[in-house]
Design a protein around this ligand. Structure first.
Ligand code: PGA
Length: 258
């Protein structure tokens, strides 16, 4: 587990984009696990710039998104299908057939979830997984109480997540109550993971994830069991960490940090 604390959201975003780019340079047909929400927006913006100005190539890349709201059509402005098209896919040369996002409108969720897991396996597993973190410590929509061995399935959102996400809708009543989400167990199988967090409202969740006990009450804490996870944080998100000096000391001893 590595913890890097940066001065700004822009620095976190650019560093994450550089790691994604490095993955694509070394493996042009890499499988990426992608996240939605406000946190990865800066990283997507930088990846689009790299595609446009530095010819970063997505033509052989496959992507799997973490989650989707149940009941929202793909065209809905708050669906994660729409988010990904608007904020990344339509700006880069990814092949639409290589894009996988959980369906929020299937009529057989169990079959869909099984199929989604099979597709990840068939593509050789996820090389690099990008994660945000919820203020309740969730990764994807694995809310507190989710099994740390869970697989893709339907999950009921917590009231806190509904409140947090209400900013994207006209009111909290419009936020779907159910999501379809990769499980914690699914996420832990990715070869490499980067969790991005910025802002003081994430400080408690980040401290729980990095320095708290491994517990289903903060599903991000399961990343402590993963052997190649990087936490990229700004100072506000790192605000409740106790070992900050040590993390910064480690970084200062690393001549070529990414
Ligand atoms: P945010 O959401 O990036 O919009 O803060 C993160 C999450 O809920 O995982």
């Amino acid at each position: 587990m590595e913890v890097i604390i940066q001065d700004s959201y822009e620095e976190i975003s650019c560093q994450a984009a550089r790691i994604v780019a490095r993955t694509l340079y070394s493996k042009p047909n890499a499988v990426l696990g992608l996240a939605t929400g406000s946190t990865p927006l800066g990283m997507y913006k930088e990846l689009i710039r790299m595609h446009q100005e530095e010819a970063l190539d997505f033509s052989r890349v496959t992507t799997f998104n973490l989650d989707e709201y149940v009941g929202l059509r793909k065209q809905h402005s708050q669906s994660y299908h729409y988010f990904m098209q608007e904020n990344l896919f339509k700006h880069v040369n990814i092949s639409q057939q290589n894009i996988y996002i959980p369906s929020g409108t299937t009529n057989n969720y169990q079959a869909f979830c099984d199929w989604y897991e099979q597709q990840i396996e068939k593509c050789g597993g996820i090389d690099l997984q990008i994660l945000g973190i919820g203020s309740d410590g969730h990764v994807a929509f694995n809310e507190p109480g989710s099994s740390l061995g869970s697989r893709t399935r339907i999950k009921t959102l917590t009231k806190q997540t509904i409140e947090d996400n209400a900013r994207f809708f006209d009111s909290a009543d419009e936020v779907p109550v159910y999501s379809i989400t990769m499980g914690v167990g699914t996420i832990l199988e990715a070869r490499q993971i980067i969790l991005l967090a910025n802002g003081a409202n994430k400080a408690k969740a980040v401290a729980g994830a990095i320095e708290g006990p491994v517990t289903s009450m903060c599903t991000a804490s399961a990343l402590q069991m993963h052997r190649d996870t990087l936490f990229l944080l700004d100072h506000e998100a790192a605000g409740d960490l106790k070992m900050t000096e040590y993390y910064q000391w480690i970084q200062s001893k690393m001549p070529d940090s990414p």
